[in-house]
Design a protein around this ligand. Structure first.
Ligand SMILES: CC(C)(COP(=O)(O)OP(=O)(O)OC[C@H]1O[C@@H](n2cnc3c(N)ncnc32)[C@H](O)[C@@H]1O)[C@@H](O)C(=O)NCCC(=O)NCCS
Ligand SMILES: Nc1ncnc2c1ncn2[C@@H]1O[C@H](COP(=O)(O)OP(=O)(O)OP(=O)(O)O)[C@@H](O)[C@H]1O
Length: 205
């Protein structure tokens, strides 16, 4: 039986960092952001659909999507964001469910669904438990600005384009504060699995 753990949270709240730690312990990760990039890769049908809707101005000379530019548009205009979601989300869902099925068939012990829009997309129906990562908004803003090299207003727009923490926390099984650094959250993560006697698959070296 595969144990499916969903991890969600606001932008730059630490989802990928926690997922990477679980991958080191032997979990398989299904990364929605990576899938979202894959479905609009150069030459893909997804990219064609995005460009047909938003225009060729979002195509880079090397055939890739101008992500920063599209982000500037959609994270400052909810209507445009909804339209991008309508194009991309069915393709993202199909790939997520395919990967999940593959891991279940292989008998992987723990699979992590790392999905920013987990509750929005109702992926909790596939999860045995859902964690939400949270961090103080000042730290979140600083991490986001630093990681994505974004000016403050753009980073703030991205945070504002998402649902808030209270909305996510109300639906989650557990809330993990990543603001205190790894020494704060790693032992709590270990304990979650120990208490429930959930074992990871042995990693192939
Ligand atoms: C707008 C795009 C091109 C900006 O690309 P960029 O490389 O700058 O950001 P990236 O994809 O790495 O996303 C970073 C973070 O932004 C947030 N985010 C991304 N898409 C969305 C969205 N549709 N709604 C709310 N937040 C989002 C998430 O927290 C995500 O982790 C890109 O985010 C995108 O294509 N989004 C639509 C697909 C989607 O919903 N992806 C999220 C996975 S479900
Ligand atoms: N506990 C921590 N201490 C210090 N920095 C951290 C911690 N957790 C995450 N970070 C840093 O914060 C940034 C955001 O973390 P991460 O990429 O894991 O967030 P995310 O929730 O996956 O983001 P996104 O929603 O954009 O996918 C990264 O640069 C990461 O290195």
């Amino acid at each position: 039986m595969t144990y499916v753990l969903g991890i969600t949270g606001g932008i730059a709240s630490g989802k990928s960092t926690v997922s990477q730690y679980l991958a080191q312990k032997g979990a398989k990760i299904i990364d929605a952001d990576a899938i979202a990039r894959m479905i609009v890769a150069p030459g893909s049908q997804g990219l064609q659909q995005v460009l047909a809707h938003f225009g060729k101005a979002y195509l880079a000379p090397d055939g890739s999507l101008l992500r920063r530019k599209l982000g500037q548009l959609v994270f400052s205009d909810p209507k445009q964001l909804t339209e991008l979601n309508e194009i991309t989300h069915p393709l993202i869902r199909e790939e997520i469910l395919m990967q999940l099925q593959k891991y279940r068939q292989k008998g992987v012990a723990v699979v992590v669904l790392d999905i920013p829009l987990l509750f929005e997309g109702h992926y909790e129906q596939y999860c045995d438990a859902v964690w939400v990562t949270v961090v103080d908004e000042t730290i979140q803003l600083a991490r986001l600005q630093q990681r994505n090299q974004l000016p403050k207003v753009e980073a703030q727009a991205r945070i504002k384009a998402q649902k808030n923490n209270a909305w996510r926390i109300a639906q989650a099984d557990w809330t993990l504060d990543t603001g205190k650094g790894p020494l704060g959250w790693k032992p709590q993560v270990d304990q979650w699995f120990e208490l429930r006697q959930i074992r990871f698959s042995k990693k192939k070296e």
